[in-house]
Design a protein around this ligand. Structure first.
Ligand code: MN3
Length: 197
């Protein structure tokens, strides 16, 4: 199967001032597209993987190998873009069952997001910070290194933020915490609620 780059869910300038058009352009057109190009090239002589969906491929290949890295980075980035929304289509916070679960388990959305920012700041080197739902319904903050993703495990991803330096360097230079704090104001809570189920 030839994998394709999913369209961005909004215009490249829609996340300003959090992310400039240039930052989204580079991240999407160079990094995200680059993983798609590399994966398709690497799959050309790998007949056993060609009929697999992206998720099937991520689960089938060795973690941290070349196929895994490109496939997982495609999946993680596609999920990441959906986790943010422009101001005119963004809710202030979670509602309904998600809100209730967050308050029961973490006290408040603010406290959960503080923990998320701390964990994401502390992730050493390149990686991702996630909110996931465990099989027992627990909302957890987890971080993964490099391309690693909850897709290989049993947790359901709810939210992710890219903490590779390429995600924030254009607008925030080395200020990862500053990037993360702004990220929390641009969360697409409707998407997170839908993932929570
Ligand atoms: Mn990235």
């Amino acid at each position: 199967m030839n994998h394709s780059l999913p369209p961005l869910p909004y215009a490249k300038d829609a996340l300003q001032p959090f992310l400039s058009e240039e930052a989204v352009e580079i991240h999407y057109e160079k990094h995200h597209r680059g993983y798609v190009t590399k994966l398709n090239a690497a799959l050309e002589d790998q007949d056993q993987y060609q009929s697999m969906s992206l998720e099937e491929l991520i689960r089938a290949v060795p973690v941290n190998g070349g196929l895994f890295n490109n496939a997982a980075q495609i999946w993680n980035h596609t999920f990441f873009w959906q986790c943010m929304a422009p101001a005119d289509s963004r809710k202030a916070g979670p509602e309904g069952a998600l809100k209730q679960a967050i308050e029961e388990q973490h006290g408040s959305t603010e406290k959960l997001l503080e923990g998320f920012v701390s964990a994401a700041t502390a992730q050493f080197g390149s990686g991702w910070a996630w909110l996931v739902k465990t099989a027992s319904g627990e909302i957890k903050i987890v971080t993964t290194g490099n391309a690693e993703t909850p897709v290989t495990g049993d947790d359901t991803p709810l939210l992710v933020c890219d903490v590779w330096e390429h995600a924030y360097y254009v607008n925030y230079r080395n200020d990862r915490p500053g990037f993360l704090k702004e990220f929390t104001n641009y969360i697409n809570w409707e998407f997170v609620e839908a993932n929570f189920g």
